[in-house]
Design a protein around this ligand. Structure first.
Ligand code: CUA
Length: 186
């Protein structure tokens, strides 16, 4: 009888402990949501940017001559790209290591996925909208950049590269070029 009683008591204590663990995890997640939504203003209504997918190639931010990496006055780099069935433009992104980057991307046709292996860069490119993400690569290297959203028969073959070079190499290349990439075409 008393054995049964103490077993029930131990179970109750264990349950109470787990209630606290779960409550703490929920509290941490709520704090993260609050922080992210205020710090990056990630909630759609505040940062929604639209763009006409039908005229991307004719004028505006996403014309082909404006795609690639641009060195900004404050030393940061803006990388602009588009996804289209079934490739990215540029097909090879050139970025400096140890530098604040912002990616700005959109799609000219259907929804594509933009992700960079080995990082937490992961966006959907939705026609009509500009997707943005901040990133920083710690060191030079090569990453692949597969489309991760099914976008049609050529989906599996849709992927590109990201080449991270050291800051000085990038700065030198940026001296005589307004927009940089490592795609063969440019
Ligand atoms: Cu583009 Cu899958």
């Amino acid at each position: 009888m008393s054995d049964q009683h103490s077993a029930a008591h131990a179970a109750e204590q264990a349950e109470a402990r787990w209630v606290w663990v779960v409550a703490i995890i929920i509290a941490i997640l709520l704090c993260m949501m609050g922080y992210m939504s205020l710090h990056w203003i990630t909630m759609p209504p505040q940062r929604m940017e639209t763009v006409n997918p039908g005229t991307l190639h004719l004028s505006g931010e996403f014309v082909e001559s404006n795609l690639g990496s641009a060195l900004e006055a404050d030393g940061s780099v803006t990388v602009r790209l588009t996804g289209n069935q079934y490739s990215f433009t540029p097909q090879c992104l050139l970025v400096p290591a140890d530098t604040p980057l912002i990616f700005r991307a959109t799609s000219s046709d259907v929804v594509h996925g933009f992700s960079v292996t080995g990082t937490n860069i992961n966006l959907n490119l939705v026609p009509g909208y500009v997707s943005t993400i901040h990133a920083r690569f710690q060191q030079p290297g090569e990453h692949s950049m597969p489309c991760h959203e099914f976008c049609g028969v050529g989906h599996a073959a849709m992927w590109a590269h990201v080449k991270v070079v050291d800051k000085q190499t990038f700065a030198r290349a940026a001296q005589d070029k307004r927009r940089l990439s490592c795609a063969e075409r440019s």
